[in-house]
Design a protein around this ligand. Structure first.
Ligand SMILES: Nc1ncnc2c1ncn2[C@@H]1O[C@H](COP(=O)(O)OP(=O)(O)OP(=O)(O)O)[C@@H](O)[C@H]1O
Ligand SMILES: [Mg+2]
Length: 226
């Protein structure tokens, strides 16, 4: 069995803005193995989020292919892509995307409730993961009643609660102060080691990126090893 979890092969992506076409990715090669942590740095607009969306099957490439657990994303329809995402991947977005009208516990339980777990077992798992991220005293707070760092930690708990093979994190520390950013980063790395999932992290922060197993830079549409 191949230990490669996600592979991007010769990934190309452009966007059309009116009559102007922007080539964002011009042949990106990347692969992540089980339990590995990698980070992707690059200037604003260099295509980091675009690449992460392709690797997570949220969008399809114009050229090249993404293999998730050996299955080609190009050969799947939207439903099948959704199933692969649900089964194997956990997303942490730059802006937490928590549901404002639900409590932290309900937000974290949501992916399990969607999978038709009972409310009791979903809530108990949510509580376990919220404790893991240091939020046992915030279970019934709504996102508006949490600090920025607490919201990001809730989003981390939500991404991990389904025990995904790989976490894809898009600047999860981007809008936090230095101390909170560092804490959240360390937490994601610790959980990556404890739970044995792989991690692909997009960040602006070169210093933090060096804590992952491998650092890449996206520049001029190409990914280079740093
Ligand atoms: N849906 C879209 N339609 C048109 N252009 C897009 C779209 N998504 C991204 N782009 C363009 O592609 C380029 C790369 O965007 P992307 O969001 O991947 O950059 P990024 O590296 O994540 O930047 P940042 O660090 O600011 O988040 C940008 O020039 C952006 O304007
Ligand atoms: Mg981005």
């Amino acid at each position: 069995m191949n230990s490669r979890l996600i592979t991007g092969q010769n990934l190309r992506k452009s966007f059309n803005d009116g009559n102007l076409s922007v080539n964002v990715l011009k042949g990106v090669e990347i692969s992540i193995e089980k339990k590995q942590s990698i980070s992707i740095i690059g200037a604003s607009g260099s295509g980091k989020s675009t690449l992460l969306h392709l690797l997570g099957g949220l969008d399809v490439p114009d050229g090249g292919d993404v293999l998730i657990n050996g299955r080609s994303i190009n050969k799947l329809d939207d439903d099948e892509r959704g199933q692969i995402r649900n089964k194997h991947l956990g997303f942490i977005f730059q802006f937490h995307h928590l549901l404002p009208e639900f409590t932290a516990r309900e937000n974290v339980a949501m992916p399990l409730l969607i999978r038709r777990h009972s409310k009791k077992s979903a809530f108990s798992k949510a509580e376990e993961f919220l404790s893991e991220v240091g939020l046992s005293a915030r279970m019934t707070h709504k996102p508006g009643e949490l600090s920025g760092g607490e919201r990001q930690r809730t989003a981390i708990a939500r991404a991990l609660v389904t025990n995904p093979s790989c976490i894809l994190a898009d600047e999860p520390t981007g809008n936090l102060d230095e101390k909170s950013a560092n804490d959240v980063f360390e937490l994601i790395l610790k959980l990556n080691q404890n739970y044995g999932n792989s991690l692909i992290m997009v960040t602006h922060n070169l210093e933090l990126s060096r804590k992952t197993n491998q650092v890449y830079e996206l520049k001029d549409g190409i990914l280079k090893t740093l």
